[in-house]
Ligand binder design. Structure first.
Ligand code: ZN
Ligand code: ZN
Length: 505
């Protein structure tokens, strides 16, 4: 038995190594495509990416993988697995089932449809033409409903989708969490919008050269502890972070000439993602567990840096003078306090990706509620715009003038990514809960930030979260680090305290 166990385990390891190599290669090709590959090479490159992805997919869903997973599923074998090995097998099984439980022909049809649907969505968004997109979206939803049956219905149908992005998270838990959060945020946003004490932001409307912006962004990343010998920063249309291996975690930013805050906060955001992946325990490399625990935990790391550190008063009490040094012409007659207020202005915008850290959560709650209605409560796709607009009016006090600025604004649904949105808000809630604990364990945190000593933050996060990679589930991480389950009150407390002070409520 032992010899067989050893042999099988080595087989699984080898298979994993191959899959990981393919995904590193595909990742690098993607990175290149998005950071400046010549336009005329795009078509050939896309072919190559498609080919290599298919190879990796074949390995992941191969008969060999199936047999190995069955072997390690035997109860007397499971007993021999340590925690890490068990997690590895679980993750492989999840990947395997995701596509293997669906008949091959169905899966192919769906892939083709999703590709078409995305380009239809682009067109529809541009022309504000929901009717033109509706037939595609209806088909996508119908496919997803079928897939849910193949995958197996959890507590509810929508639970099955949520679980793909945030393992073990349930509708029951999220309903409770989002209801509590919404009940506190909606009135807060209302009173902020009614407040006469609005931050001045005119001084942000100036010109900033790319060179100046790049220098300052690089400086901040160094301050956070981003390791430029294990990564690099480039430009792309949409900023992103990509972990190719623990020793190669790259980020990008996008410079906007008349908006210095865009690139600045994207550096902190993507830097937060990158610190996570750069500081995973090296021993996890090659196991399939050297990644973030979930979308939500990943997003907690980026938002903690971007918002809870990067938009805090102690941070700008320290770094505003560096900002002035990097942009002497633009900020010589502005002070740290004015800057702090300006970067924390709250607006009830129609567009999720332009939203501030407070209203952002309401954009997400709206999407969550609508997705749940689609999959659990029989909402028909054609009624989406009406429900969408009603909720925007109710939670944010604004009404989209057209569907392009409303229900058609996000790409996610066109590609079938239902269940994904919640991760963004989960990230905010996890981050606030982590911050609460960090403040308990590092009581002089604000002083450290004001001294420009950010490394204790990075070390705390590495020690509590980063080094574990994917070897624990999100629920396990939050419980181990904070001693309790996900609790939305930490985020609501943080937002209330911060914004009541800024808006003098
Ligand atoms: Zn990212
Ligand atoms: Zn992010």
């Amino acid at each position: 038995m032992d010899a067989q166990f050893k042999e099988r385990w080595e087989q699984l390891q080898q298979l994993m190594s191959k899959i990981i190599s393919y995904s590193e290669a595909v990742g690098l090709l993607h990175w290149d495509l998005r950071t400046g590959a010549p336009r005329k090479g795009v078509e050939a490159r896309s072919e190559t990416i498609g080919m290599l992805s298919t190879e990796a997919f074949k390995l992941q869903t191969s008969q060999e993988m199936g047999e190995l997973l069955d072997f390690f599923a035997q109860s007397e074998i499971i007993e021999q697995l340590d925690d890490r090995k068990r997690r590895m097998v679980e993750e492989c099984r999840k990947e395997y089932n995701r596509s293997k439980l669906i008949p091959e022909q169905k899966f192919k049809e769906y892939t083709v449809l999703a590709a078409h649907s995305e380009s239809k969505w682009e067109e529809a968004k541009e022309n504000s033409d929901f009717a033109g997109f509706e037939p595609y979206l209806s088909k996508i939803v119908a496919f997803k409903q079928e897939f849910i049956d193949y995958w197996g219905v959890k507590e509810t149908r929508y639970d099955t989708l949520l679980d793909m992005y945030e393992p073990d998270l349930t509708v029951q838990k999220l309903d409770e969490v989002f209801d509590r959060l919404r009940a506190r945020l909606v009135p807060l946003v209302k009173s902020i919008l009614d407040s006469p004490n609005k931050p001045e932001t005119e001084f942000l409307d100036q010109l900033f050269t790319n060179e100046q912006q790049e220098k300052f962004g690089t400086f901040l990343l160094e301050q956070m502890g981003y390791d430029f010998e294990a990564g690099r920063m480039d430009e792309s249309v949409h900023p992103f972070c990509i972990g190719l291996s623990i020793g190669d975690v790259r980020i990008t930013t996008n410079y906007i000439q008349d908006d210095v805050t865009s690139s600045l906060f994207s550096c902190l955001h993507e830097g937060g993602h990158a610190l996570y992946e750069q500081n995973i325990d090296k021993e996890l490399e090659g196991t399939g567990l050297a990644y973030g625990a979930s979308m939500g935990i990943h997003e907690s790391q980026s938002r903690l840096w971007e918002n809870m550190i990067g938009r805090s008063r102690p941070f700008w009490n320290r770094y505003f003078r560096d900002l002035q040094q990097h942009f002497p012409d633009q900020f010589s007659s502005v002070d740290a306090e004015a800057f702090y207020r300006a970067i924390n202005k709250v607006e009830n915008s129609l567009i999720r990706i332009e939203a501030d850290e407070l209203t952002y959560n309401l954009h997400i709650i709206i999407r969550y509620e609508i997705e749940k209605m689609l999959f659990n409560e029989g909402l028909s796709v054609k009624d989406l715009p009406e429900v969408w607009n009603r909720k925007y009016k109710e939670y944010l006090g604004i009404m989209p003038p057209n569907d392009g600025l409303g229900v058609l604004q996000d790409v996610h649904w066109s590609g079938g990514d239902f269940g994904y949105f919640a991760s963004y808000s989960l990230g905010n809630m996890y981050a606030a809960q982590f911050m609460h604990m960090m403040r308990k364990e590092i009581p002089n945190l604000d002083n450290l930030i004001e001294e420009g000593n950010l490394l204790p933050i990075k070390e705390w996060l590495t020690d509590k979260i980063h080094k574990y990679g994917k070897s624990e589930t999100p629920a396990e991480i939050i419980l181990r680090v904070t001693g309790e389950e996900l609790n939305p009150d930490y985020l609501a407390d943080y937002l209330e305290a911060k914004y009541k002070e800024i808006y003098k409520l």
